[in-house]
Design a protein around this ligand. Structure first.
Ligand code: AMP
Length: 218
């Protein structure tokens, strides 16, 4: 069977993280999130993590050369042999081109680019209420999916926090960056014939059902 190389596209707050967890569990492929990798680098105080922090806190993109390097290294690992789900990468045309080149060099290519689409005001509402577990990264929401005990993760008991980049002004900037730099990828993958557009303003279960339909494998 051909590899199963998936990309999850969409603005911040579209629910990519939540849907990604389900996809990778159902299809047994690794979840590769550049945002999670950058936050891990920051937590470990690596030079790259500290360099990335100033972009992340401002809602700007980390330079292409940095993230392309991280993803290329990650794709060398053996668990990606049968496929992967990229979440939060690519975010610019040069990143998409670099990904295409490195997959082409091993006779692979993007199987499907899944774009989850949500209106801007709804994204602001979602992002500013978001809280994440410091230990297991599971997302909660103060309005839509509050934890049983305030500030504590239901899954592992870890501490919940608001990401520095989920404040309203940073959120607005992240959305502007998305529309300028990342949205053009929708047309890019459409031209390649691998794009699926998913309405993200439905329940997480409905979004997931549409994603599975678009993926088209049992
Ligand atoms: P995320 O968790 O995907 O929303 O990513 C959080 C932040 O990490 C973004 O706002 C960017 O600053 C940075 N980041 C994550 N992925 C990328 C990427 N592919 N290119 C550039 N910056 C990224």
């Amino acid at each position: 069977m051909a590899q199963f190389d998936l990309i999850l596209l969409g603005p911040p707050g579209a629910g990519k993280g939540t849907q990604a967890s389900r996809i990778v569990e159902d299809y047994s492929i690794p979840h590769i999130s550049t945002g999670d990798m950058l936050r891990a680098a920051l937590k470990n105080q690596t030079a790259m993590g500290l360099e990335a922090k100033r972009y992340m806190d401002a809602g700007e993109l980390v330079p292409d050369s940095v993230v392309i390097g991280i993803v290329k290294d990650r794709l060398q690992e053996s668990d990606t042999a049968a496929g992967f789900l990229l979440d939060g990468f690519p975010r610019t045309i040069p990143q998409a081109e670099a990904l295409d080149d490195s997959l082409a060099s091993i006779e692979r290519g993007v199987s499907k680019a899944l774009a989850i689409l949500v209106d801007e005001d709804e994204l602001v509402r979602r992002l500013t209420g978001r809280r994440i577990c410091r230990d297991c990264q599971v997302p909660f929401h103060m309005v839509f999916s509050p934890p049983a005990e305030e500030g504590v993760c239901d899954k592992c008991g870890g501490e919940l926090y608001q990401r520095d980049d989920d404040s309203e002004s940073t959120v607005r900037n992240r959305l502007a960056v998305y529309s300028q730099q990342t949205e053009p990828l929708i047309a890019y993958y459409d031209r390649q014939g691998v794009l699926a557009r998913i309405d993200g303003e439905q329940s997480p279960e409905q979004v997931y059902a549409h994603l599975k339909e678009a993926i088209g494998r049992p």
